[in-house]
Design a protein around this ligand. Sequence first.
Ligand SMILES: [Zn+2]
Length: 225
Amino acid sequence: MAADYFCSQCRTPFLNDAPLDDHGVCSRCRSGLTGYDTAYSFGYYEGVLKDLIHLFKYARIEPLAQPLGNLLLSAVPLDQRFDVVVPVPLHWRRRLWRGFNQAELLARPLAHRLGVTVSDALRRSRNTETQASLSPSERRSNVAGAFVLRHPAAIRGQRVLLIDDVLTTGATVGAAAAILRHGGARHVAVLTLARVDRRPSWASRTAAEVASLTSSVSQSVKGAK
Ligand SMILES: [Zn+2]
């Protein structure tokens, strides 16, 4: 199913064009609520892709970072250039518990392929991980002030690619992006493996494409286990 109506900035899908203005921009972007300039995702958070992300994150199969990083790369439009890749940081306590930051592991092979550096420009100052039970507006206030910019020079005047594994409501990456823009980043694009959408008829690529691309990664999982 191809996307019929989606915001030209954040790419949120809509059932009709009512929420979009003459430039195809949604109300959240118009009011600056998203925090980022645009968002790219490889696919939906479902099926094989969801399974792979779970294996990577919760079963901690670290060698998946490389093939998943390649999937991320394929979601970057060919006409876009970036200066620096910034992974969304975990709170140190969460990172300690998991043993790694999945966004950081994804960012490394991606940045290598793009020929740019990875910067740990952001630090998570508060632990705001458990958001599942919160409404979108509660999520936004929960993450407000959750990030601090520790290396402003790394992002000032730069086009930043902000990496996370999954885009849910966009509250977390939005808060991170807002800090980067406030710190002088020229452009902040969010790049995630998967996007959670409750609205139908949106896909960055067809289900068949996702199935064929993810099946090769599934093969590499078998090798990694
Ligand atoms: Zn939008």
